[in-house]
Design a protein around this ligand. Structure first.
Ligand SMILES: Nc1ncnc2c1ncn2[C@@H]1O[C@H](COP(=O)(O)OP(=O)(O)OP(=O)(O)O)[C@@H](O)[C@H]1O
Ligand code: NI
Length: 319
């Protein structure tokens, strides 16, 4: 296997609240993403997905404390200073595909001028003609039509705004693309389109892609591997084909997430996720888990991409 582009090792993030409360937003995350691979990070709202992404980008708020390591090439993202993050990480090592492209684009300037500015800032290209050509090439890579380059963001459809934002994210040729909810608010056709464009960047550009999403159908379409997060912890990492097909997810929570989909069983997981400021000592999912036993008051050891005392194994799935 090729060396990973991103290696996350024991990453934890705590928010310290004025009341003295500590919020455990991310706990002990371990994963890799390789070139030419897409890892989808899924889980219910508030489970810590965006906080994890912010930690990688060095964009945590001042009341956050991060521990552990996150390595991209020879840069430890958690230890890097703001100057390194601004000059070499954001845009150059990590291309960020934003959640709401319309808000990410500058409203008063054309797409062309924003692309050109980013070309100058990130690639060192100089000279009007060369910059113009590089901006047009970036648009083309994201399938943004040349005929719309002189439009302002408000003149673009949701799909074209997404492609403009993707074009911007690709300019620095970053080895890692990070997309936080890239398909939120888009209709199904556009979801497919956006996801397929991102997948193309992985396949053609041999980039690593970490995509954060609520949308399991989008994840199924794009991901090679699935990471499922619950109450700040990644509880399962599995091959996407096995996860969505047979034998299916191994963690009871992951099975619940899939089973809640309208196109599957349409049965919601009972109960609510716990408060991240008041997590139990043992497995945080136990109160909602139909397989819970007395051992679940202790924390399960992580093994083979699973944090669970009683995962589903292939034998019970056949029964
Ligand atoms: N600045 C902050 N101060 C304190 N707590 C915070 C702060 N930012 C986020 N949190 C808490 O961290 C937890 C994780 O939030 P996060 O935004 O990562 O969730 P998420 O999984 O991305 O959810 P969604 O799917 O809704 O985007 C939440 O409980 C949130 O309240
Ligand atoms: Ni989020």
């Amino acid at each position: 296997m090729t060396a990973p582009v991103l290696s996350v090792r024991g990453l934890s993030v705590r928010f310290l609240m004025p009341s003295g409360r500590r919020i455990a937003a991310v706990t002990d995350a371990h994963f890799d993403v390789a070139a030419g691979e897409c890892l989808a990070l899924v889980g219910e709202s508030g489970c810590g997905k965006s906080v994890l992404a912010s930690a990688l980008l060095g964009l945590l708020p001042a009341n956050a404390q991060a521990a552990g390591g996150a390595y991209l090439g020879d840069v430890d993202l958690l230890a890097a200073d703001e100057r390194t993050l601004a000059r070499t990480v954001r845009g150059r090592l990590i291309g960020l595909i934003p959640q709401s492209p319309a808000a990410h684009l500058t409203p008063v300037r054309t797409v062309r001028s924003q692309l050109e500015e980013t070309v100058v800032a990130l690639t060192g290209t100089r000279g009007r003609a060369a910059v113009r050509q590089a901006a047009e090439a970036a648009a083309e890579r994201a399938a943004f039509p040349a005929g719309h380059l002189d439009h302002h963001p408000h003149q673009l459809s949701g799909g074209l705004a997404q492609r403009a934002a993707t074009a911007l994210a690709l300019i620095g040729n970053a080895p890692l693309l990070l997309a936080d909810e890239p398909t939120t608010g888009l209709d199904r056709d556009l979801v497919h389109h956006t996801v397929d464009e991102l997948r193309r960047q992985v396949d053609v550009g041999r980039r690593a892609l970490l995509v954060i999403t609520h949308d399991l159908a989008a994840a199924e379409r794009i991901a090679d591997r699935m990471a499922v997060m619950y109450a700040g912890r990644i509880v399962e990492i599995s091959d996407a084909t096995a996860f969505f097909g047979l034998p299916g997810p191994r963690h009871p929570y992951s099975r619940g997430l899939l089973g809640a989909l309208p196109e599957r069983d349409f049965i919601p997981i009972p109960g609510m996720p716990p408060e991240l400021g008041d997590l139990p000592d043992g497995c945080a999912f136990a109160p909602r888990c139909e397989r819970a036993t007395p051992t679940c008051t202790t924390l399960p050891a992580a093994a083979a991409g699973l944090v669970c005392h009683h995962p589903h194994v292939t034998e019970d799935l056949r029964a």
